[in-house]
Design a protein around this ligand. Structure first.
Ligand code: NAD
Ligand code: DAU
Length: 339
């Protein structure tokens, strides 16, 4: 089995590569990544010498590159993680989100058709469903919850999902889609809430909480997301969407206070700042479908996962300090150009 993982130098894609190489000793994994600001090749350092792994720097929006790659490698399965993923950046400048998340997906879909891949899997997000009100905790996102996006990021991800579904209906491309809630864990880029709070708290810097901090996210430890995708690409029904989430709802303020407590840092570091424009109130996934059909259940509670995550950030300071200083962006040039 040969699998193409796009965006594998990012947070979830890298964790997925580790999971797959550990789990399937006879699978070949090819990772392509454009190494944008969010891609970090040092993350993949430990697998670079693995005989079953190959990294190629490349952009999913580059049609010639993608077609040549598919021709050379003849993939069985495509798992598309590559995306612009940060909501705040999409509010600052939406253009690159449309290019990468929508047009890049189209390029991959076209190549998947042309080279007859057995499965194209789109890694999507619960943000395509918009948000839920805080005062109705019994409401959850189901797979048939209407698409109702808030940010340019979620609109671009929803557009990509619609395109993926259109390629299934019109061209019979064997696709699946997963829509997951907020992930956290090792190698999470420190612009996102949890790693931002951990790294800033460790440096005794103030901790920006948007608005009142009451917004709720449904946190899933990244390994559980990777296991869900593994199950979907092997046993998920073609043409289907699977919601992935673990009933680990927390307000942002609860998350920040938990981290402060674990690090023994004072709550006076918290600084309430102007709210995110269009800020979604609550995300909450109903994972019944993936549980019933594929036997997937989250294995890590938030209490356990956040402890593990904090420990990882304490033990891997160099990884995130290099990001904060910008050093990680020189790594590719230093290690790979001219090699
Ligand atoms: P990330 O920003 O950490 O990683 C994205 C990766 O994609 C980076 O390595 C980047 O270099 C690469 N990339 C960007 N543009 C590219 C292009 N044009 N060609 C090739 N590579 C490109 O993101 P993440 O948090 O790991 O998210 C991965 C996927 O999962 C995204 O599609 C995101 O929408 C989805 N998702 C994320 C979460 C979450 O909580 N982080 C939850 C649900 C779904
Ligand atoms: O739900 C899945 C989505 O989760 C993914 O599709 C996105 O790619 C991923 O980035 C994430 O989106 P969020 O916007 O929920 O994640 P973020 O870490 O940016 O913010 C989490 C919450 O914390 C959100 O309510 C905004 C708030 N926040 C965030 C930052 C960065 C703050 O209060 N302060 C901050 O500094």
């Amino acid at each position: 089995m040969k699998i193409l993982v796009t965006g594998g130098a990012g947070f979830i894609g890298s964790n997925f590569i580790f999971h797959m190489l550990d789990t399937y000793k006879d699978y070949k994994i090819v990772c392509i990544d454009a190494l944008t600001y969010a891609g970090n090749l040092t993350t993949l350092q430990n697998v670079m010498d693995n005989q079953n792994f190959k990294f190629i720097k490349g952009d999913i929006t580059d049609r010639d590159f993608i077609n040549q790659l598919f021709e050379d490698e003849m993939f069985d399965i495509i798992v598309n993680f590559a995306a612009e993923s940060h909501v705040d950046r999409s509010i600052e400048d939406p253009s690159i989100f449309l290019k990468t998340n929508v047009l890049g997906t189209q390029v991959l879909l076209d190549a998947s058709r042309k080279y007859n891949v057995k499965r194209y899997h789109q890694v999507s997000t619960d943000e395509v469903y918009g948000d839920l009100p805080l005062d109705q905790p019994n409401l959850f996102f189901m797979e048939d919850t209407p698409i109702h996006t808030s940010s340019p990021y979620s609109a671009s991800k929803a557009s990509a999902d619609l395109l993926v579904q259109a390629y299934y209906r019109t061209f019979k491309l064997p696709i699946t889609i997963s829509r997951c809630s907020n992930n956290y864990g090792p190698y999470h880029f420190p612009e996102k809430l949890i790693p931002l709070i951990i790294s800033r708290a460790l440096n005794d810097e103030n901790l920006p909480v948007y608005g009142t901090g009451e917004n709720v996210r449904d946190w899933l430890y990244v390994e559980d997301h990777c296991i869900a995708i593994d199950k979907i690409i092997h046993n998920g029904r073609v043409g289907e969407v699977y919601n992935v989430g673990g009933h680990n709802e927390r307000t942002n303020l609860e998350v920040v206070k938990t981290i402060l407590h674990e690090l023994d840092k004072p709550e006076t570091l918290i600084k309430f700042v102007t709210d995110r424009a269009g800020h979604d109130m609550r995300y909450a996934i109903d994972p019944t479908k993936i549980t019933n059909e594929l036997g997937w259940e989250p294995t890590t509670t938030f209490e356990e996962g956040i402890k593990r995550t904090i420990k990882w950030y304490l033990e891997n300071k160099e990884w995130w300090e290099d990001i904060l200083s910008g050093d990680y962006q020189n790594y590719y040039e230093k290690m790979y150009v001219g090699r």
